[in-house]
Design a protein around this ligand. Structure first.
Ligand code: PLP
Length: 442
């Protein structure tokens, strides 16, 4: 076997990559990955060289232990490198499996789908996607469009909500209600936005008789941790039934136990959407995996015939290794009653945050969200500059605590702990937050 270094002396092997110093990584990243995104992080002082992560902690190359209270914006509900999930992946790979092949039987993908149907019996059809949340949303949007094209002729519009975020692929970006992400793209037709939480505005659109689907997040994440009124989603279910519109929920960020429910819509007794997308925490960050859960009627209306069998396929669709990860996460969530754990554990940090809000109302206007999906709404200073970004930076740089502002609402700082967070970690966060208030006030 030839040695790669003989041909390309500068080739970086896996072993080499473990030993790269910060400057070498920066150089490669600036030259070959998304340069300006990298630069934004570096300029903001928010990019660190993380070399290890476990539970809710991360270690940088200077040996500092850091508190990860954002977890890749919701990915790590079950903690970094959850031992059960890693073990399942190892066991699977040790068997020299056939991980992807379009025509082989798929023992792991079909088992995951079977298990999801046990938990969501009214939504027995699964698509396992190879990528992120946007791919899952593309899949479910397309499913609704194909279904409507075959069974609801004449209908064509998608109604979604202002400030929603459904990902950055072409269709997903136009489904999200934030025009900044649509810049420079040629728009597809047939998207209408209504205010989130306002069912009357949605009904006005439905009455026009041409709407295929309505899609929203159970709690808006990038829009700034916006929790809708309690009657909103049940009312939207009623309206979708009345006007024959598919009700789709985007569970990418709020789902998979983040809010203290296996999927965020389970907060509402008996609420069943026609379909939902999931991603982020179902992967626990071990491998990219996302997917869709759909009602039989919707799935069959789109793909219920041989002539539609190849209509939505992808190389990595229903791949076994993604399903192994998702299934391990699911098993861990259920065996450890993670929804209840999140509801119970989050009380301590909510209590501390509410006390801080009462003490510093001129800085921290509101604490909102559910479970481990926490949004801190900050005020602005005397010059009208919001505190959120300054406090996020202060937390990361001076207190080694990682949070993040919402991309569609930069007065909101998000804090996403995970199940490994202890009272000691919450105290670290609360103390850092108070010190950051004092620093920015000063
Ligand atoms: C609600 C929601 N949907 C979709 C997406 C897109 O997911 P991804 O970035 O994995 O494509 C996100 C990402 O933050 C999200 O929060």
């Amino acid at each position: 076997m030839a040695n790669i270094k003989d041909k390309y002396p500068e080739f970086i092997t896996l072993e080499d990559s473990f030993n790269l110093d910060e400057e070498a990584i920066k150089k490669n990243q600036l030259a070959h990955l998304n340069q300006y995104r990298t630069q934004l992080g570096l300029d903001g002082g928010l990019t660190f060289n993380i070399t290890k992560a476990e539970g809710c902690h991360m270690w940088d190359s200077d040996g500092n232990k850091r508190l990860d209270f954002i977890g890749c914006v919701g990915v790590y509900v079950l903690g970094h490198n959850n031992p059960f999930i890693i073990d399942c992946v190892r066991k699977y790979l040790d068997r020299k499996p056939m991980t992807m092949d379009p025509m082989s039987l798929k023992a792991q993908a079909s088992s995951f789908a079977h298990n999801m149907a046990l938990i969501f019996p009214e939504l027995p059809r699964t698509v396992v996607c190879g990528g992120g949340g946007a791919e899952a949303n593309e899949t479910i949007i397309k499913m609704c469009k194909v279904a409507a094209g075959r069974t609801k002729q004449g209908k064509k519009r998608i109604v979604s909500t202002y400030n929603s975020f459904h990902g950055k692929t072409n269709e997903a970006v136009f489904t999200g209600g934030k025009d900044i992400w649509q810049r420079w793209l040629t728009p597809p037709s047939d998207h209408t936005y209504v205010p989130y939480g306002d069912w009357e505005a949605a009904e006005d659109e439905f009455k026009k008789g041409d709407v295929i689907m309505w899609i929203a997040e159970p709690i808006q994440g990038e829009g700034g941790i916006v929790v809708p009124p309690d009657d909103y989603l049940p009312k939207m279910r009623e309206l979708c039934d009345k006007y024959d519109v598919y009700m789709i929920l985007d569970e990418v960020q709020a789902g998979s136990c983040r809010t203290g429910y296996i999927m965020a819509h389970k907060y509402y007794d008996g609420l069943v959407p026609d379909g939902f997308s999931f991603a982020k925490a179902i992967s626990d960050g071990v491998l990219p995996v996302s997917g869709v859960q759909a009602k039989e009627e919707l799935y069959m209306a789109a793909y219920g015939s041989f002539d539609s069998a190849m209509n939505h396929t992808a190389t990595y669709q229903d791949n076994n290794i993604g399903a192994v990860v998702a299934n391990a996460s699911l098993q861990y969530m259920l065996e450890n009653d993670v929804p209840a754990l999140v509801r119970e554990k989050s009380k301590y940090v909510w209590d501390g945050l509410n006390k801080l809000q009462a003490k510093y109302p001129h800085i921290l206007e509101e604490v909102r969200g559910r479970g481990f999906m926490i949004g801190l709404k900050f005020n602005t200073d005397a010059d009208g500059v919001g505190y959120a970004n300054a406090i996020g930076r202060e937390l990361a740089v001076n207190h080694l605590v990682h949070t993040m502002t919402s991309i569609n609402a930069d007065t909101i700082l998000r804090a996403y702990p995970n199940i490994w967070s202890t009272e000691e970690d919450f105290d670290w966060f609360l103390d850092a937050l108070e010190k950051s208030f004092l620093a920015v006030e000063g």
